[in-house]
Design a protein around this ligand. Structure first.
Ligand code: NAD
Length: 441
């Protein structure tokens, strides 16, 4: 019988983020406890409550958050989500992931995240505009080009970012405020390539990981069978890019269910079907399957690109993939990670796999500050370089940790993973800057 899982399972994302941090911390010496504590916990959490006039003339009150997890290496950076289930714990965990993500790919930002508790599917455009403008006004100078820079996340988009920019600009006339937010429409300072950046970055990272021989039994994407959970921005574009690189997409899903075809699905045709009908379900020439079936589908690469905590203790043993590419943030619990490690399933962790989005957000911010517009070729070339460098550093770090493990470091514990390696590099990068800047005053 398998030994019991040592990591207690929690579906609270911040607990998972802390469990991951503590695992990585075991590989790091020489950082004072006070600094570790400073690195784990958010620097600032803002709660706001504000009224909005609804279309029917009534007044509804909304609750919003903005968490600045760290600004040690630069302004906070991270999305704003609109969802009925947004909580402070979730936003705090996602802000922490952003701190480590920006450090792994070495861009000069900290980490932040925000959210408003609301159900955008039940709100009109005018109501969403009202919520966004009032939320930004309430945040005041807690966001700004050099303070904390929001971006789109679940159920916010380029239009939301345009409202954020416009509101901030009304409050700060006479300045170039474009860099206050990224993911804007192209016409007001958005970057070419931002739409595809997350999926494209995960594709570049996966190819580099395979080139480095980090996944036993999988040398390239040619003929690799891929299953994708979630068919939105990250999932549908990843399916297309992996398919175009020679992989065979055998199963995909969205919130309504999944479909599979072992001969291969055409990702563009599946997207066209989803755009026409609202779901991938019902796509002709495919078998209907459940969402759980997609995670357990017979494939080489599984790409969770939907929600948090999808692979857990109760289904981690069903995963058949050799490699999991975390396009979503936090799709695996820390306890599931431990099971997958025992089963030799390699996990390309979220803070590296989906960092392409924030890398191109950084490019947008640079273009805004310089009043430039880069062409697509330049964006993609620079994104590829960033992603490949980060993968190389992470694989090299893993080799170093494996050597130390063989030498007796962390004896009795499970060996290092790619997530540990990415986090060790990220934590060291942030901690180094804390120590160089030194404690103020
Ligand atoms: P999206 O809203 O465009 O798409 C989400 C998809 O997930 C939709 O197809 C939806 O139907 C599907 N979904 C919802 N519940 C599901 C369920 N229970 N089972 C299967 N599918 C389900 O969102 P997105 O931008 O693609 O983001 C997806 C994930 O990727 C999130 O975790 C997000 O934080 C992460 N991410 C996105 C970006 C980005 O730039 N878009 C960057 C980094 C990380």
């Amino acid at each position: 019988m398998d030994a019991p899982v040592r990591t207690p399972e929690s579906l609270d994302l911040f607990v998972n983020a802390t469990q991951q941090f503590e695992r990585a911390q075991a590989w790091i010496d020489g950082i004072k406890d006070g600094i570790i504590n400073f690195l784990i916990n958010p620097k600032r959490t803002i709660h706001v409550r504000f009224p909005v006039r609804m279309d029917d003339g009534s007044i509804q009150n909304f609750h919003g958050f903005r968490v600045l997890h760290s600004d040690v290496r630069g302004p906070g950076k991270g999305g704003i989500r609109y969802h009925p289930d947004v909580t402070e714990a979730e936003v705090t965990a996602l802000a922490a992931f952003m701190t480590w993500k920006t450090a792994v790919v070495n861009i000069p930002y900290g980490g932040g995240k925000g959210g408003v508790v609301c159900d955008p599917k039940k709100l009109s455009r005018d109501e969403l505009r009202g919520i966004t403008r009032r939320f930004v006004a309430e945040l005041g100078d807690n966001i700004g080009p050099y303070t904390d820079v929001p971006a789109p996340d679940v159920y916010t988009n380029a239009q939301t970012m345009a409202w954020i920019y416009d509101t901030f600009n009304q409050l700060h006339p006479g300045e170039n405020n474009l860099a206050v937010v990224t993911g804007k429409p192209l016409e007001i300072g958005g970057s070419l390539g931002r739409d595809e950046a997350t999926a494209r970055g995960s594709w570049y990272a996966t190819e580099q990981l395979l080139r480095r021989g980090a996944v036993p039994g999988l040398e390239s994407l040619e003929g690799a069978r891929v299953a994708v959970q979630g068919y939105g921005n990250a999932g549908s574009i990843a399916a297309r890019l992996f398919n175009d690189a020679g992989a065979v997409v055998v199963a995909v899903s969205d919130s309504r269910g999944g479909i599979s075809n072992d001969e291969g699905l055409d990702p563009r045709a599946v997207l066209a079907h989803k755009e026409e009908t609202g779901s991938v379900v019902g796509y002709p020439g495919a078998m209907p399957i459940s969402n759980e079936d997609v995670l357990a589908h017979d494939c080489d690469i599984l790409i969770p690109a939907a929600l948090e905590c999808q692979v857990r203790v109760d289904n981690a043993n069903d995963v058949k993939a050799k490699l999991i590419v975390e396009d979503a943030n936090g799709p695996l619990t820390a306890a599931a990670d431990e099971i997958l490690q025992r089963r030799n399933v390699v996990v390309l962790p979220d803070i590296l796999a989906n960092a392409g989005g924030v890398v191109v957000s950084y490019f947008e911010w640079v273009q805004n500050l310089e009043n430039q517009q880069w062409d697509l070729e330049k964006v993609e070339k620079r994104l590829k370089k960033k992603m490949c460098q980060a993968v190389d550093e992470t694989v090299d770090r893993l080799t170093e940790l494996q050597e130390r493990f063989k030498g007796g470091v962390n004896k009795g514990k499970s060996g290092p993973t790619l997530r540990d390696a990415a986090l060790v590099s990220a934590i060291k990068r942030v901690a180094t800057v804390v120590m160089q800047r030194d404690i103020w005053p």
